[in-house]
Design a protein around this ligand. Structure first.
Ligand code: NAD
Length: 257
């Protein structure tokens, strides 16, 4: 049986067909979930609507995670259409290109604030609004996407690494507080994948090649492989897993010299 049949999921972070969040949306739909997809700004609306046409009538709504009113509206619509929410996938991240191109110590105050707000605080903001809708279903599963740059230095990842450290720590604090409500909170730390977000990272090709050379599986990962791990964490198979950062990176994280 499809493992997400009867479940309602909100997926934030689809920009185009290469988005990790899009692969997760496809996998969740294939597992029977009803979906709500959001897009950030009118620029991406058409992309998301075109992709969503492949799915079974998802609800599509605007959501810029820096805009509290838009986030409130998303949850109002979910409540009106479905009356509850079973899972949330958070795949939003942003840092100014300049801050990824210059040395980390030159990060501006505003660049730091923006990266942390969009890439880390937004998980807290979206989770807070999801809690009552998940409680009404007796629990839920929340998943975000991180990268090893949270704990190791990757040249060019800079302020995004700091944001991912805050994101992974937020996962643990949220999981601790929401566990008693049967709401699980986890992250997947994916290996590098060519996406729109990755295009802003200087030296990304070198990072990809290093994974091909050194990861135990001697290759990089694909978005559908991240999506398979996501279904595990979102669905019943992951029911005892929370506060976890699951590495889906071909084993690269284990390697020393
Ligand atoms: P992507 O560009 O397809 O997705 C990033 C998303 O963030 C986009 O949909 C964009 O619209 C959204 N976003 C940015 N600012 C936003 C805002 N203010 N409000 C709402 N949404 C906003 O790239 P991706 O690689 O699929 O990224 C998804 C997640 O996966 C990110 O958290 C990224 O850091 C993480 N990740 C990516 C890689 C990789 O190598 N691509 C590896 C590990 C983790």
């Amino acid at each position: 049986m499809a493992v997400l049949t009867g479940k309602v999921g909100l997926i934030v972070g689809v920009a185009n067909k290469r988005s990790i969040a899009w692969a997760i949306a496809q996998a969740a739909a294939a597992e029977g979930a009803s979906l709500v997809l959001t897009y950030q700004g009118e620029r991406l609306e058409e992309n998301v609507r075109e992709l969503a046409a492949e799915l079974d009538n998802p609800l599509i709504l605007p959501c810029d995670v820096t805009d509290d009113e838009q986030m409130d509206a998303v949850y109002r619509e979910i409540s009106a259409r479905f009356g509850g929410l079973d899972f949330l996938v958070h795949g939003a991240a942003f840092a100014d290109r300049e801050d990824l191109a210059r040395p980390f110590y030159e990060t501006s105050r505003e660049g730091f604030r923006k990266a942390l707000d969009i890439s880390a605080y937004s998980l807290v903001a979206l989770t807070r609004r999801a809690v009552p809708l998940m409680e009404s279903r007796g629990g839920g599963s929340i998943l975000t996407l991180s990268y090893l740059g949270s704990t190791r230095v990757f040249q060019g990842y800079n302020v995004m690494g700091v944001a991912k450290a805050a994101l992974e720590s937020s996962v643990r604090y949220l999981a601790a507080e929401l566990g008693p409500k049967s709401i699980r909170v986890n992250a997947i730390s994916a290996g590098p994948i060519r996406t729109l977000a990755a295009s802003g990272i200087t030296g990304f090709s070198t990072i990809l090649q290093t994974y091909r050379d050194r990861a135990p599986l001697r290759r990089t990962v694909e978005t559908d492989e991240v999506a398979d791990a996501a279904i595990f964490l979102l669905g019943p198979a992951g029911r005892a897993v929370t506060a976890e950062v699951l590495m889906v990176d071909g084993g690269f994280h284990a390697m020393g010299v």
